[in-house]
Write a protein that binds this ligand. Structure first.
Ligand SMILES: [Zn+2]
Length: 415
């Protein structure tokens, strides 16, 4: 089936590269992009056109790090450092998800809000609860979100949320057995080194290898955490080595934060194909620091963005893109390195995540469409006619769920 979208098409087909096309045509065959054209090719002349008029058609967002069970505590506990914040708020909130009715209610709303804000790809932490994790996957699938979800593993230093090692593994196996979704797949999720015993890490590493499962966790978020990891693993020179030791450091492993990853740790990421997920809002909110994003990119570390709710206070990835730009300007003022431009940060919030999931950059032909349509009607009226590049910049800064008129995920319209 052929679907044709017409409108002002704007995308970033490479890092730092912005392409705009006024009144262009985006042609899909069975939801897969066949091409972007200034004029409709002859062969499609008889096909119906979804005409979005003056609206902007942009790639949709990918959120590669967020904690679903922290959604209820969005905007809370922001005056505490990481480890106190975990104990005072996070573990208690996550424990509510033992209740499956509660999980259903919260996760349905979360999935809907993700789509409303234009996020169609995720890599997400659930809680330790198998049933709630399956409900989360079901609700994401229903709403049209694609990507990975992980039941969290945590068998030490986890307060009220702690599992035994046996429980953690048995429940992980039960969860994997029950995952049968088309667009949402399982991802192994040791919370972070301090909350997993050596035995648990070793068993998860074996599972990752045997079943070829992807892995996500946290790395070098703050200095207290790094010192703690050093105490727990005196044989490991650096934090990342605690993951390598158990087979969890492999191509496609997602590591959130990497604020204090030095040159050696960054080289290990680039070499292994481990991704850094930059979570600027969270890093500033809980005073972790400003990550060396520009350095990572220059050194060949793959980087994508995450909202990291509820350390991050905004679920909307457009705002995460903006916060990443702001954080990079703080870094620039400290170090003199160039800040992230709007097209660069937009690329990291859209195309980079798409690439992570095997999709294309921008609207590359041959890949299923992930897109949003932005209606600028609610923005302040400008004093002069704006170029498409200017309208793109304004849309990145100002868009919200009310100005996102439509969302396409995996070739289907979901909003
Ligand atoms: Zn996190």
């Amino acid at each position: 089936m052929v679907t044709i979208l017409r409108g002002n098409i704007i995308h970033t087909p490479a890092f730092g590269k912005l392409e705009t096309l006024a009144g262009g045509y985006l042609v899909l065959e069975d939801g897969v992009i066949a091409g972007v054209y200034p004029r409709l090719p002859e062969g499609y002349a008889a096909c119906p056109v979804e005409d979005w008029g003056e609206k902007l058609i942009l790639p949709s967002f990918a959120d590669l790090h967020l904690h679903a069970p922290q959604y209820p505590m969005l905007g809370m506990g922001m005056d505490l450092p990481l480890l106190d914040w975990l104990n005072a708020y996070t573990f208690k909130t996550e424990e509510r998800f033992a209740d499956t009715d509660y999980a259903r209610r919260v996760y349905r709303r979360l999935a809907e809000e993700l789509v409303a804000g234009g996020t169609t790809r995720v890599a997400m932490f659930s809680s330790r609860h198998t049933d709630a994790t399956l409900i989360l996957m079901e609700e994401l699938e229903r709403a049209g979100v694609t990507g990975y979800v992980g039941k969290v593993n945590m068998d030490r230093n986890s307060g009220v949320a702690q599992e035994t090692t046996e429980e953690s593994i048995a429940e992980t196996l039960r969860w994997l057995e029950s995952c049968h979704f088309d667009h949402i797949k399982p991802m192994l999720t040791p919370r972070f080194t301090p909350s997993c015993t050596d035995e648990l890490m070793a068993q998860l590493g074996r599972l990752a290898a045997e079943r070829d499962l992807p892995v996500q966790s946290h790395l070098s978020e703050n200095t207290g955490e790094i010192a703690w990891v050093k105490e727990l693993h005196p044989d490991c020179g650096q934090y990342w080595e605690t993951y390598r030791k158990y087979g969890l450091w492999k191509p496609g492993t997602l590591m959130a934060h990497c604020v204090y990853s030095d040159e050696r740790e960054r080289a290990a990421m680039a070499e292994a194909g481990v991704w850094a997920v930059h979570c600027a809002a969270s890093n500033v909110n809980i005073c972790s620091g400003t990550a060396p994003v520009r350095r990572m990119l220059e050194e060949g570390v793959p980087v994508a963005l995450g909202s990291d709710i509820a350390g991050g206070d905004q679920l909307a990835m457009s705002q995460v893109v903006v916060t990443s730009i702001r954080a990079s300007k703080v870094k620039a003022m400290e170090t003199g390195e160039p800040f992230l431009t709007v097209p660069e940060a937009f690329y990291l919030g859209t195309a980079a995540g798409s690439r992570y999931f095997g999709g294309g950059e921008g609207f590359a032909p041959g890949h299923a469409l992930h897109a949003i349509v932005v209606d600028e009607g609610v923005f302040p009226e400008s004093t002069r006619e704006l170029t498409l590049a200017e309208r793109f910049e304004r849309a990145v800064y100002l868009m919200d769920e009310y100005s996102i008129a439509a969302v396409y995920s995996e070739g289907r319209r979901v909003k």
